[in-house]
Design a protein around this ligand. Sequence first.
Ligand code: ADP
Length: 199
Amino acid sequence: MRLLIMGPPGAGKGTQAAHVAQRYGIPAISTGDIFRAMKTSDTPLAQQVREIMDSGGYVSDEITNEIVAARLAEVDCVRGFLLDGYPRTPDQVETLDAFLAGRGEALDAVICLVADTDEVVARLLKRAETAGRADDREETIRVRQQVYADQTAPLLEIFRRRDLLVEVDGLGAVDEVSRRLFDALDAKTGGAPALSTEG
Ligand code: ADP
């Protein structure tokens, strides 16, 4: 199963990605997590990533594409994967398309977690109090919402046109959202993993 999960910062992608990945036995790959891990090393690239992330902007397509391609080439991705936070720009969509086409693979579905801006900003402000992520300051949160609206939300249309989009209401308890998501995904891909005919 090859899946993407999209949605605005704060929609709960990381949480739901973990549930979906477990259910399908595929790795959840979060570019945000990869970049956060990179940020801590002491190299010019790490410094660059740190500055971009802390401002709320996007890391360059060149760096991002390279990191994702390397990750998808790892052996645990042969049976599928769930990408969380990638692609986020038209260039990243093109690169992912070419990468998959080169391996004779295709996406099965693109999950979009739907949540309105006021709700997600409130969640991120709450997370700021507990998790202490450097990009969870109010000003940066606003920038991230805007960057998502300008650069990433328009990509949903591409996947809708390909008939891959599965939109799921991201409001409510975590388990409630998971249930909704699994149902929608099963309807799209033709059944729960145990009933599926592909190994
Ligand atoms: P959120 O969804 O809350 O914005 P993420 O953990 O997905 O959080 O991403 C955090 C930051 O990592 C982004 O604001 C951006 O700077 C960087 N980042 C993550 N994925 C990408 C990507 N595909 N392209 C460019 N930058 C990215």
